[in-house]
Design a protein around this ligand. Structure first.
Ligand SMILES: CC(C)(COP(=O)(O)OP(=O)(O)OC[C@H]1O[C@@H](n2cnc3c(N)ncnc32)[C@H](O)[C@@H]1OP(=O)(O)O)[C@@H](O)C(=O)NCCC(=O)NCCS
Length: 377
């Protein structure tokens, strides 16, 4: 056995997948053979969910059936609603998501049924409840009445409706749906891996997803989109960009939304979000965040010239979400609300071909110590 350590498992293939391929040099992101630009242009979030769970695009009848399932699973259980009401002032929204997933698992008598059809049902259920949990959480914490889901709205549009109590216009619906498509899947990463580790013990999908949410919550993973918003807000106006960035880099800090472990060119998702940002900005009262992001991007391109540091998905998602009226502490939970499809798709692969994840650790501690009774220590 090798005595080397793969710190952070960097460069280690932990499994094979048919779900997603990233080419970080060319800036390509492919979901099960389909280019992300094609999916963003032509698909819907529900179609992408089907693609990830079935490795092919749905027929019209299959899509209608999935949409019906998502509609039927949107409402929260009484227990989940009561838990949220009870605790809303004491927790942040990522914790609310974790709790909702655990509560849903507690109520599911079939939670330990790991057959493919049951797992797909659970995947759809979790995908369906997440928007309701987040919107309800946000309404309750503002002292507002929760807005019930609307059956005539698609998955993404219904979330904006429940969150803001206002029906999003056609552009807002499309932009948010595309943002959901862009965040749905990203090959292997910390949260997906933690879901796989939990599932590899043959623990259930609810626990595996709770693990993933807990892992995504950390600022080194899913928290960057909120951090970009805070950065842009702190910069405030164009004339402060240079001094703010200089000071930040001098402190050894990083510019949020820039750089990526895999992409050594602009993240394709950032290209798509920038284009959508331009469309939203035409009518948005909050366009100043987007405009400032563009100026910041241009400044950084000059400042970091020669380094492989380019905007990643979080760079423009922050100002796009702002223009959609979404509060910044929901940016990471929205990431989870989309990525639930990718996580559960990877879990379908894992359960179908499971091997317990059980790595080793190199022991570096003391040896041959004589045991001292507590009275003599
Ligand atoms: C995403 C990230 C963690 C990837 O980092 P990584 O692959 O481990 O890259 P490294 O930490 O090896 O950095 C390589 C060099 O680029 C610099 N760098 C990387 N990201 C940077 C950033 N956002 N701002 C400024 N400098 C950065 C590092 O300081 C390092 O410089 P050096 O070689 O002079 O020491 C990193 O780019 C980052 O922290 N970005 C900001 C957070 C973010 O947007 N995360 C969301 C990712 S989708």
């Amino acid at each position: 056995m090798s005595e080397s350590i793969a710190r952070g498992l960097e460069g280690v293939n932990v499994t094979a997948t048919k779900l997603c391929r990233i080419d970080g040099i060319k800036g390509e992101l492919i979901y099960s053979g389909y280019d992300i630009f094609d999916l963003a242009q032509n698909s819907t979030f529900e179609e992408v969910a089907f693609l990830l769970w079935n490795l092919r695009l749905p027929s019209a009848a299959e899509l209608a059936s999935l949409k019906a399932t998502l509609l039927s699973e949107r409402n929260l259980s009484d227990l989940n609603s009561r838990v949220l009401t009870e605790i809303v002032g004491q927790i942040r929204p990522m914790r609310a998501l974790e709790m909702a997933v655990i509560t849903a698992g507690a109520l599911d008598k079939n939670s330990s049924d790991l057959t493919n059809s049951q797992l797909k049902q659970t995947a759809a259920r979790l995908t369906a409840i997440m928007p309701t949990v987040l919107a309800r959480f946000h309404r309750l914490r503002q002292g507002l009445e929760p807005v019930p889901p609307r059956d005539d709205l698609g998955h993404s549009a219904n979330f904006l409706w429940m969150l803001n109590g206002r029906e999003p216009n056609a552009l807002e619906q499309r932009v948010f749906d595309v943002a959901m498509i862009l965040h749905a899947e990203h090959e292997m990463n910390a949260s997906t891996f933690s879901a796989l580790v939990t599932a590899s013990t043959l623990s259930d999908m609810y626990s595996a997803i709770a693990s993933a949410i807990g892992t995504l919550k950390g600022p080194l993973h899913g928290g960057a989109n909120e951090a970009v918003y805070k950065l842009v807000e702190a910069i405030g106006s164009e004339q402060n960009i240079a001094s703010h960035v200089e000071a930040l880099l001098a402190r050894g800090e990083r510019v949020m939304g820039i750089g990526h472990r895999v992409y050594k060119t602009t993240d394709p998702r950032a290209i798509i979000l920038e284009k959508l940002g331009h469309e939203l900005a035409e009518t948005s009262p909050d366009r100043k965040y987007f405009d400032l992001s563009l100026k910041l991007r241009d400044y950084l391109a000059r400042k970091l010239e020669g380094k492989p540091l380019y905007p990643n998905v979080d760079f423009f998602s922050a100002s796009v979400y702002k223009m959609l009226g979404i509060p910044s502490d929901l940016y990471t939970p929205i990431f989870a609300m989309s990525r639930i499809t990718g996580w559960t798709a990877h879990l379908l692969e894992q359960y179908a071909d499971n091997r317990l994840v059980r790595p080793n650790a190199l022991y570096e501690g003391a040896s041959n110590r004589p045991y001292t009774p507590i009275t003599s220590r």
